[in-house]
Design a binder for this molecule. Structure first.
Ligand SMILES: O=P(O)(O)OC[C@H]1O[C@](O)(CO)[C@@H](O)[C@@H]1O
Length: 584
C-alpha cells in the first residue's frame, strides 16, 4: 500500500465488509456447536489460555483478518517498532517500551545506540536506592527510616503503576516484601486528593517521588510543590534533598525544582507516558514498596510476551489475535465499546489503566489515549471508526451494575479475565465439606461467574425457551435475551508479579496491533493538548481576578457566567502547611 493509502481501500478490508452480512446471519448458539471451530480459537502460551470462540466470527473470518494484517503490513510494522524506527512520526520518536524489560544481554537500538545498557543502568540504580531506603541505610533528615512513599504523577505517570501496585498488594510474596511499608499515589490536583495522600503520614518518615516525563505537567508540578511545602514546613527546606526524589526525562527541570540530580531516575523520549510502567515511572515506587526482586519478576513476565508478540505466528499470537478481533468488532461489526471484566479484585485498576492507554473515564485508560484518533498516521481523515471506549469493573461487582446493559441493552464485546489460582483463599476454602455447608469456595464462586457469563451473553434466551419455562406471556419480551453477544476469555494461571507483567504487555501490544491495522499513530496524544491549553487561559484569568480583582473577559457567555459565580465565593480555604489541613 502507498504511504497515504487508507486500509479501508484495500481488498481484504472490502472483503471483510462484504463478509459482515454473512456473519450477521449466524448466531453464537450455532457457532458454539462446532467443536473444531472452538478448538481452533484457543491459544495457549506460557501458562496463559486465550479462548476467543465466543467472538462473532468463523474460521474464515479469522483468515480474512490475517489477510487484512498482511495488507496493513502488520509484521513489518511490529518489526519496525522493535528495530527502533521512528514510528511515532508526528513526534519523530521511536517506540521502544519493549527495551524497558529486555534482559541485560539483549541488543535494542535507538538511533544506532544499544539502549538496553542504559535501561539496566537505571534499573540497577533503582535496585540499589530502593534497597538503601528499605533497609534503613538511607534515612530522612531526622534520622528516621522512610517507610512511606507518595508517588506524585498523573495519566501515564500514575495509572499503570497504580494498576500494578493494586494487583501486587494481595500477592503473598509481595505482601511479605512490603511489610511495614505504604505506597500512596497523588494524581489529581484536587485538594481532596492531596489531603487523602498525606493523611496519617509523618513527613519525617515519608519519601515523595515526583513522576513526570516532561516535568511540566501542571497538576503534577503543583502537587509536587505542595508536598515540598509540607515537608519544608515540618522539617526545614534542607529536608527536601532527603525526602524528595524524581523520575523524569527532563533532568534539568528536576534540578531547578530543587531535587538533587543524583536522586533523579531517568527515562527516555522513546518511552510514551502511558507505556512507561516498566521504566522508573513504575519501577521506582514499586521497588521501594516491594523490593527489586518482585519488580524484576514483573519485567520478566512482560518480556516473555514481548518475545511472543515479536515471533509467534499470527494464529498463535495472543496480542495479534486480540488486536485483530478488536478491529473486527469496532470497524466491521460497529461495536464502539469494550468491557474489560477481570474476575479478580486485584485487577480493579486494570481497566482504568487500559482506558488511558486506549481512552480516559474516572479511571480512563491507555488504549483510548493511543487509539482515540480520527486521522491516519499520514494525516488523512479516517472514513471509518477507529478506537474504542474501554470501561470495566471486576466481576462480580460489574454484574450487579452494568451487566444489565451488556446482556439486554447495547452489544459490548467483553474481555473476561480470570485466574486459576487466587492470590488469597477465604475461610470457606478450608471448611468446605466440613460443617459450613458451603458448596464452593469464594474463588470457585467468583469463577463460576467467569465461566457462566460468556455463555449467557453468547446463547441468550429465546421466547420459545421462556414459554417452555412457563414464563407468563406479558413477561416474555422482558425476559428474552437475544444472545449473540461476543466475548473472549483470558485465563491466567495465577496473579503473581510475572503474570501481572504478562497481562500488561498483552494489552499494550494489542493496542499497537489495532493502531497498526487502522493506520493511525497510537503513540502521540495531540487531542489532550487542547484541553491543557484552554485550562491555562482559565488559570491566568483566575490568578488575575483573585490577585488584582480584574474582571472576567475573553470567554463565551457560558464560561464567563460560571467563572463569575465561582469567583464570587472564596473557594480556597487557608491551610496549615505542616498538616495541609484547613485552618480552624
Ligand atoms: O508524565 P507527564 O509529562 O507529567 O505527563 C502526564 C500525562 O499527560 C499526558 O501527556 C496527557 O494526559 C499523558 O500522555 C501523560 O502520561
Amino acid at each position: 500500500m502507498a504511504c497515504s493509502a487508507l486500509i479501508c481501500d484495500s481488498e481484504p478490508w472490502k472483503d471483510l465488509k462484504g463478509h459482515v452480512e454473512d456473519i450477521k446471519k449466524t448466531h453464537l448458539r450455532d457457532l458454539m456447536r462446532d467443536s473444531e471451530r472452538c478448538k481452533s480459537m484457543m491459544v495457549e502460551f506460557d501458562g496463559l489460555l486465550l479462548d476467543y470462540s465466543r467472538q462473532c466470527a468463523r474460521q474464515d473470518t479469522i483468515q480474512k483478518l490475517f489477510g487484512l494484517a498482511e495488507a496493513a503490513h502488520l509484521k513489518e510494522k511490529i518489526k519496525k517498532m522493535y528495530d527502533g524506527e521512528h514510528i511515532n512520526s508526528t513526534e519523530d520518536r521511536s517506540v521502544l517500551h519493549v527495551a524497558l524489560r529486555a534482559s541485560r544481554d539483549t541488543v535494542i537500538c535507538n538511533d544506532g545506540k544499544n539502549i538496553v545498557s542504559d535501561v539496566w543502568k537505571v534499573l540497577d540504580k533503582i535496585s540499589e536506592f530502593s534497597e538503601r531506603v528499605r533497609s534503613g541505610s538511607w534515612v530522612g533528615v531526622t534520622g528516621k527510616a522512610l517507610k512511606d512513599v507518595i508517588a506524585v504523577g498523573i495519566g501515564g505517570s500514575f495509572l499503570g503503576p497504580l494498576f500494578v501496585h493494586t494487583a501486587l498488594q494481595t500477592d503473598p510474596e509481595a505482601i511479605a516484601c512490603a511489610e511495614g511499608r505504604q505506597l500512596r499515589f497523588l494524581a489529581n490536583v484536587d485538594p481532596i486528593d492531596v489531603a487523602r495522600s498525606i493523611t496519617g503520614l509523618n513527613p519525617e518518615t515519608t519519601l515523595v517521588v515526583v513522576v513526570s516525563k516532561t516535568f511540566t505537567t501542571a497538576e503534577t508540578m503543583l502537587n509536587a510543590r505542595t508536598l515540598r511545602e509540607w515537608i519544608s514546613a515540618a522539617l526545614g527546606s534542607e529536608a527536601v534533598a532527603k525526602h524528595m526524589v524524581a523520575v523524569s526525562t527532563n533532568l534539568t527541570l528536576v534540578e531547578k525544582f530543587g531535587i538533587d540530580p543524583n536522586n533523579a531516575f531517568a527515562f527516555w523520549d522513546w518511552v510514551g507516558g502511558r507505556y512507561s510502567v516498566c521504566s522508573a515511572v513504575g519501577m521506582l515506587p514499586l521497588s521501594l514498596q516491594y523490593g527489586f526482586s518482585v519488580v524484576e519478576k514483573f519485567l520478566k513476565g512482560a518480556s516473555s510476551i514481548d518475545q511472543h508478540f515479536y515471533s509467534a505466528p499470527f494464529d498463535k499470537n495472543i496480542p495479534v489475535l486480540l488486536g485483530l478481533l478488536s478491529v473486527w468488532n469496532v470497524s466491521f461489526l460497529g461495536y464502539p465499546a469494550r468491557a474489560i471484566l477481570p474476575y479478580s479484585q486485584a485487577l480493579e485498576k486494570f481497566a482504568p489503566h487500559i482506558q488511558q492507554a486506549c481512552m480516559l473515564t474516572t479511571t480512563l485508560s491507555f488504549n483510548m489515549e493511543s487509539n482515540g484518533k480520527g486521522v491516519s498516521i499520514d494525516g488523512v481523515p479516517l472514513p471509518f471508526e477507529a478506537g474504542e471506549i474501554d470501561f470495566g469493573e471486576p466481576g462480580t461487582n460489574g454484574q450487579h451494575s452494568f451487566y444489565q446493559l451488556i446482556h439486554q441493552g447495547r452489544v459490548i464485546p467483553c474481555d473476561f479475565i480470570g485466574v486459576v489460582k487466587s492470590q488469597q483463599s477465604a475461610l470457606f476454602m478450608f471448611l468446605l465439606d466440613c460443617f459450613t455447608g458451603e458448596v464452593v469456595s469464594n474463588h470457585d464462586e467468583l469463577m463460576s461467574n467467569f465461566f457462566a457469563q460468556p455463555d449467557a451473553l453468547a446463547y441468550g434466551k429465546s421466547p420459545e425457551q421462556l414459554l417452555t419455562e412457563k414464563v407468563p406471556q406479558h413477561l416474555i419480551s422482558h425476559k428474552t435475551f437475544s444472545g449473540n453477544r461476543p466475548s473472549l476469555n483470558l485465563l491466567l494461571p495465577c496473579l503473581n508479579a510475572y503474570n501481572i507483567g504478562q497481562l500488561l504487555a498483552i494489552y499494550e501490544h494489542r493496542i499497537a496491533v489495532e493502531g497498526f491495522i487502522w493506520g493511525i499513530n497510537s503513540f502521540d496524544q495531540w487531542g489532550v493538548e487542547l484541553g491543557k491549553s484552554l485550562a491555562s487561559q482559565v488559570r491566568k484569568q483566575l490568578n488575575k481576578s483573585r490577585t488584582k480583582g480584574e474582571p472576567v473577559e475573553g470567554f463565551n457567555y457560558s464560561t464567563t457566567t460560571m467563572l463569575k459565580k465561582y469567583l464570587e465565593a472564596k473557594s480556597s480555604i487557608p491551610c496549615d502547611p505542616t498538616t495541609l489541613l484547613p485552618k480552624a
